[in-house]
Design a protein. Structure first.
Length: 360
């Protein structure tokens, strides 16, 4: 081995050892996805690390539970369950669990029903339905809280490795298809074992592999298969109605928080207003977070997310969202999801929406 190669090797080893002391992002290996296992889940017990950028901004660590989700409680049968469904906002690796939407709802409803979260970064409405159906086969799902975030409808008809997506036939009928994922290969295991590799791929976003080969990236074509997304709204709502009575489903719509912070008009796609209106007409509980975040902004100047570095909610954002959900349940007179629980009681608003656990 030449001197240059030896020097480079020593530098790499030094960087690897140094970065093992730092919160380099990553750590989760996903299980295979196919018709028999139609939802993407991590390996149970996997330790994950979140941080952003070269400076390891907003570091968090956690461990996946027995079902492969980011929730410190193992999921067990034997009591009614509320399923909290969504993408990375519900996966919630950017906040401590105690600060998350699902933890706050769990505190508001304790001791019954249980609140289990089913969130995955990059998930879309087709995935939400697939996760709900998957959960119903395993647990007594009494109700669901579904978070709709920016880009969800655009992604709902786009095939993604390991993900579900909507397909529409010529006659207008729709179905949910799944794009298989073979599971982690040797390269995935090698990357996962190296802090240096995870830092390059996740923190610095340096990926030598073509994007179409990366798990969770959009496959060709890169744009949604159906430019017309109007049909996805009724398809999604119909699938939710087929899974649970509408009165047991709460739909939570995220807001254009950048516009709210800037005092500008929000830039919402027309499908958002249509889904809100149709969902209300169908009997779903609807929580529009736009007024909730505006009211928070009017009270004080604290941010509800990590913008401009990261658009995800911070602890305050999760707090505001949870309070809006609990307020909507109270406005209905009682929490209808909990009908299967003997004598369900709300916790006090302060218990349901406690202050963030620390500065973010």
């Amino acid at each position: 081995m030449g001197a240059a190669a030896l020097g480079a090797a020593l530098v790499m080893v030094g960087l690897e050892l140094t970065l093992r002391l730092a919160p380099a992002g990553g750590g989760v290996l996903f299980r295979r996805v196919d018709a028999a296992n139609p939802v993407l889940r991590g390996a149970p017990g996997s330790v994950w690390v979140h941080s952003l950028g070269w400076s390891f901004f907003n570091p968090h660590r956690g461990r996946l539970n027995n079902e492969g989700f980011n929730d410190p409680q193992d999921y067990v049968r034997g009591a009614p369950v509320i399923a909290v469904l969504g993408d990375s906002y519900v996966e919630a690796t950017t906040v401590a669990y105690a600060d998350s939407l699902q933890a706050r709802l769990r505190g508001a409803l304790a001791p019954c029903p249980r609140v289990y979260s089913f969130g995955r970064s990059g998930a879309n409405p087709a995935d939400y339905v697939a996760y709900l159906r998957w959960a119903q086969r395993r647990y007594d799902v009494a109700g669901a809280v579904v978070l709709i975030s920016a880009g969800d409808l655009e992604e709902a008809a786009t095939p993604r490795e390991g993900g579900n997506y909507y397909v529409r036939a010529d006659d207008g009928a729709h179905r949910i298809a799944v794009m298989n994922y073979a599971g982690p290969g040797p390269l995935h295991h090698a990357v996962n074992a190296s802090s240096l590799a995870r830092y390059l791929l996740n923190n610095l976003q340096f990926n030598p592999i073509t994007a179409s080969h990366a798990l969770g990236r959009t496959s060709a074509p890169s744009r949604p298969v159906h430019a017309d997304r109007d049909w996805i709204v009724p398809a999604f709502l119909a699938d939710l109605r087929a899974s649970l009575p509408p009165e047991r489903v709460t739909l939570v719509f995220d807001a254009d928080r950048r516009a709210i912070a800037d005092g500008a008009a929000p830039a919402y796609p027309p499908e958002r207003a249509r889904m809100i209106a149709d969902a209300r007409l169908s009997g779903f509980t609807v929580v529009d977070l736009d007024p909730a975040f505006r009211n928070q902004r009017a009270r004080d100047a604290r941010k509800v997310d990590y913008a401009p570095l990261d658009g995800h909610w911070n602890a305050l954002g999760h707090q505001v969202a949870a309070a809006a959900v609990v307020d909507a349940w109270r406005a209905a007179g009682s929490w209808r999801h909990a009908a299967a629980c003997p004598g369900p009681q709300f916790a006090s608003p302060s218990d349901a929406t406690h202050a963030p656990s620390g500065p973010r």
